[in-house]
Design a binder for this molecule. Structure first.
Ligand SMILES: Nc1ncnc2c1ncn2[C@@H]1O[C@H](COP(=O)(O)OP(=O)(O)OP(=O)(O)O)[C@@H](O)[C@H]1O
Ligand SMILES: [Mg+2]
Length: 317
């Protein structure tokens, strides 16, 4: 047994293709997730996130490498893995003809809970996920975001140590998302291990203890969100404020070779790597009286993400 809830070692997944070499969707990734923590798998469309989740949840077999979930090998101990997990797949799946309440009742029965246990546990998650008012509505009549919320709530209602959430908050509005994020955090604090994928980098930054950024089936960066933000990239964020944005100012900013640059009416927002050059420029512009102000901060996860995917060799086609 291991202290890691999940241990993935040089995992490969290939999909067969007719008359062509197989397509390698996951190309030798390795990572571990400690028990009771939240791990985020981030990356652009087609990066291999869902494929990884599918292998870890035994929906599809790995081509090579190994993965253990709750100590069980996904290739040889599938039943052990399935007994340890709950999964929210990317596609929506709730029993649409049932009311919210009956969704919980049938799901509990399916997982061998008594009616009493079901009532007790569902009361907690219904409250936690703010579904009380929708209790007697049929799932099919719920909005897309609420349906998704019901689906996520159902997973937390079953007491399994590891929970997989593939794009769990997709389609949710900000309010819904906030509530779901809070509920996921609370569940991790109760000792569950959570593996999630998301496109929302701010959400990952808020939720995840550790993350891996995956691109074309390989890991571009991994570690704590702070580690990844530091990642030797030393990106930092600069806003130059001026009465008027002149061509000259734009050129001076562009000379810093920013990873990202946005020119607005009275300011220029930049994400740069070279702090010294940026500070030198700031000092000069200040001395020449060409700025009304400036702001500096360290880069967000999104800035790091964009810069990693833009790197030669790691770039999207
Ligand atoms: N069953 C399949 N057969 C063949 N190719 C597949 C299959 N499933 C996925 N792929 C391909 O594998 C790659 C990875 O897909 P995957 O669904 O894992 O990406 P993802 O990171 O989850 O993307 P998204 O952010 O869009 O959900 C894609 O190029 C996809 O087209
Ligand atoms: Mg996916």
């Amino acid at each position: 047994m291991t202290t890691h809830a999940i241990a993935v070692d040089r995992l490969v997944k290939e999909y067969p293709r007719k008359g062509e070499a197989p397509f390698r969707a996951v190309d030798g990734i390795s990572f571990t997730v400690e028990t009771g923590t939240i791990f985020g798998l981030l990356g652009p469309n087609g990066a291999g996130k869902s494929t990884t989740i599918k292998v870890l949840t035994t929906l599809i077999p790995p081509t090579a490498g190994s993965a253990r979930v709750n100590g069980f090998d996904v290739a040889t101990q599938g039943a052990g893995v399935r007994n340890s997990i709950c999964v929210v797949i990317q596609e929506n799946a709730v029993d649409t003809y049932l009311t919210v309440r009956n969704n919980f009742l049938t799901f509990g029965r399916f997982h061998g809970l008594t009616r009493k246990e079901t009532e007790l546990r569902s009361a907690r998650v219904i409250e936690l996920f703010g579904l009380t008012e929708a209790l007697h509505q049929r799932a099919m009549d719920l909005s897309g975001g609420m349906k998704r919320r019901l689906q996520v709530a159902k997973m937390f209602f079953i007491d399994k140590p590891v929970v997989f959430l593939d794009e769990a908050t997709t389609g949710m509005d900000t309010f819904n998302k906030r509530a779901t994020v809070a509920a996921i955090k609370e569940e991790a604090q109760r000792g569950r291990t959570i593996v999630l994928t998301t496109h929302m980098l701010d959400e990952a930054e808020e939720l995840c203890d550790t993350i891996a950024i995956i691109n074309h089936g390989t890991i571009a960066a991994r570690g704590t969100t702070d580690d990844v933000k530091r990642m030797g990239l030393e990106l930092f964020y600069l806003t130059l404020k001026a009465k008027e944005i002149s061509q000259e100012l734009k050129e001076a900013a562009a000379a810093l070779q920013p990873v990202k640059m946005e020119v607005k009416k009275n300011d220029i927002e930049l994400t740069v790597r070279d702090q010294h050059a940026a500070l030198a420029l700031l000092t000069r512009l200040q001395a020449e009286g060409r700025l009304v102000g400036f702001e500096m901060s360290s880069a967000t996860l999104e800035d790091v993400f964009v810069s990693l995917l833009d790197k030669p060799g790691g770039a999207r086609p």
